[in-house]
Structure formats: structure tokens, C-alpha cells
Design a protein around this ligand. Structure first.
Ligand code: ASP
Length: 324
């Protein structure tokens, strides 16, 4: 039997409402031991050992839990007995954790992040099926070399593409610009294409104190004061959730150019659901970077890792965004 390590962090997949039909519930209530007992009856073809890293709503996910989680994943991957890792996680910030791990883990063994949209005692709980699917993916040697994967709603997504796009229903995730990279059920798995990172080492070293990067959200009427309010003494970089293709009002643009001239990297992303931001001619003069297909929250993580590695030059930062 394939041996997998399950690292639990909480979320709705471990949530409890106290009634099968209640709307309100508490995320991160079921502990890993109880969860493994719950999935024990599914007849999964893998030997699961679990570890509780946290039991939180993923709105509270951040550097402290990320440090513990990264250490635990690395330990599991170093264990020759362990064939892959499944991480249970709340869906709200799942894409950020998955992308951070994708950039900082080697790609030799599958690492799969999974969540659920309905609490564990709700009628139509999607967590059991999602978990069974995640185990199916993590047990497949062909899942290696694709970076960190996210399994939700019978689909497999690459961490860099996945985003939460809905807050209701079980089909809450999409991939952009690539859609899903595979289809999964507890009994079948179909990949669309070959792995792209076979044997690949981690792209970035782990950093347990990520530099502060703020996301400033643009809107009609956004101005220089809106930028300045958010940039503090400790800010090391700025991501703009721009309107349309990473655009912003002139007053805000002037304030951001001033920040870029002070040496704070400024990345233009888009607040649009499927925003793709290419470089524009003025970017070079302004000292700006285009986020390409990364949404603001993922652009922030990539910028943090670059800054942690001492990369502050806009051209070098742009190259890293171009390569994602
Ligand atoms: N608020 C929950 C969380 O992110 C939502 C979920 O898991 O679906 O932890």
C-alpha cells in the first residue's frame, strides 16, 4: 500500500455546524485522528498517517503556520517510506498556501492540497469525496513533477493556476490561465499532458520571515493618499490590484512611481477575475513590473520570496514573473 502523510490545518473540510442543515458552522473543529477515522471507512488504497499542524479558519493562515507546515512537508518528503503528502486546508486562502509551497518545495513527490465547501456534518459534505480524490492523486507516481497540486470538485489544478472564484456551491475553484490539468474521481485519474518539473529542485529557499509586501486595491477615485496610507516603514514591496490590465488613476500612478524610485518594487496585477497583465511601454521608465497571469495575492507571494532572496531590481523581478 502506498504510504501518504496527511497534514491537517483546519478549514471547512474539518468544520462542524452541529446540524446537517445549518448555515453557520465553525471551521477547523475536527482533529486529524478523528478525521482519519472518518475516512477509514472509504476503503482508500493508501496507508495514511496524520499530523495536526493547526486547526484554524484559513483566514488566519499566515507565516507562523506556513513555517510549521513547510517544515512538516519537508520532513515527510525526506522520509523514504512516504510516497506523497496530502494537506487539508480551508478554501479561502488555499491558493496562497499552495503557491507558496509550490515555489519552495522540490517536485519529486506529489504534494496535494485539498479543502471542502461544506462542513463535515452537513448534508452533501464534499470533503469526503475531495479527500478521496486527493489520496488518489497523491498516490499516483505521475503526479510528481507537476509542483503542488490542488484537488477540488473532481478536478486537479496546478498551484500557480488555481484560484477560488465562488463562495457558494462545491465548484468553487478554477484554473487560470490554464483550466484544470487533470480529472479525478476516487476510482480514476486522467492527466491532460505530461509533468513539467520532473526531478526539479525547489525554485526558492524557504524564508521564515517573509518581507512585508502590501496589496493596494485600485478603484474609481483611488488616489495618491490611498497609496500612501498603506505604505509603512516596514513595507518592502507593493502589489497593485489594478483596474483592468493593471491600470490605476493618474494620482495613484504618480505616488507609485515615487515609491518605485525610492527602491520599492511595484508589481501591477489586476483586480479582474481573469486578469492578465502584460508589460506596457511606460513600465520601464516607471520602474514597474507586470504580474502576467498571477492574481494580486499570488503576485505578493512571489514578490516576497524574490525580496527575501535579495532580488529588488525591477528587470530581475520581471524575469521571475515572466517565468511563472
Ligand atoms: N472559511 C473557511 C476557511 O477558509 C472556508 C472553507 O474552508 O471553505 O477556512
Amino acid at each position: 500500500m502506498t504510504k501518504l502523510t496527511v497534514l491537517a490545518t483546519g478549514g471547512t473540510i474539518a468544520g462542524i455546524a452541529g446540524s446537517a442543515i445549518a448555515k453557520d458552522y465553525r471551521a477547523g473543529e475536527i482533529g486529524i485522528e478523528d478525521y482519519l477515522e472518518k475516512v477509514g471507512g472509504l476503503g482508500l488504497e493508501a496507508e495514511l498517517s496524520g499530523r495536526q499542524i493547526a486547526n484554524i479558519d484559513s483566514a488566519d493562515m499566515g507565516p507562523e503556520v506556513w513555517n510549521a507546515l513547510h517544515t512538516a512537508v519537508c520532513e515527510a518528503l525526506d522520509d523514504p517510506e512516504c510516497a506523497g503528502v496530502v494537506i487539508t486546508h480551508g478554501t479561502d486562502t488555499l491558493e496562497e498556501t499552495a503557491f507558496l509551497l509550490d515555489l519552495t518545495l522540490p517536485a519529486e513527490k506529489p504534494v496535494v492540497v485539498v479543502g471542502a465547501m461544506r462542513p463535515a456534518d452537513a448534508v452533501g459534505y464534499d470533503g469526503l469525496r475531495n479527500f478521496a480524490n486527493a489520496v488518489r492523486v497523491a498516490s499516483d507516481p505521475d503526479a510528481a513533477g507537476r509542483g503542488v497540486l490542488v484537488v477540488m470538485g473532481d478536478r486537479v489544478f496546478a498551484a500557480r493556476d488555481v484560484r477560488k472564484v465562488r463562495t457558494r456551491g462545491t465548484e468553487a475553484f478554477r484554473g487560470f490561465p490554464r483550466e484544470s490539468i487533470g480529472l479525478v474521481t476516487p476510482a480514476s485519474l486522467e492527466w491532460f499532458g505530461a509533468p513539467w518539473r520532473q526531478g526539479g529542485p525547489a525554485s526558492f529557499d524557504w524564508c521564515d520571515k517573509l518581507p512585508e509586501v502590501v496589496i493596494v486595491y485600485a478603484y474609481a477615485g483611488f488616489d495618491a493618499a490611498g497609496v500612501e496610507r498603506q505604505v509603512g516603514e516596514n513595507t518592502r514591496g507593493i502589489v497593485v490590484a489594478g483596474v483592468g490590465e493593471g491600470n490605476m488613476p493618474e494620482s495613484a500612478r504618480a505616488a507609485l512611481v515615487a515609491q518605485a524610485k525610492r527602491g520599492l518594487p511595484v508589481v501591477r496585477a489586476s483586480r479582474a477575475d481573469e486578469g492578465l497583465v502584460d508589460r506596457e511601454p511606460e513600465d520601464t521608465e516607471n520602474g514597474f513590473v507586470a504580474a502576467r497571469a498571477l492574481n494580486p495575492q499570488k503576485a505578493r507571494i512571489l514578490l516576497q520570496l524574490l525580496l527575501a532572496g535579495g532580488i529588488t531590481d525591477p528587470a530581475a523581478i520581471q524575469k521571475a514573473f515572466d517565468g511563472r
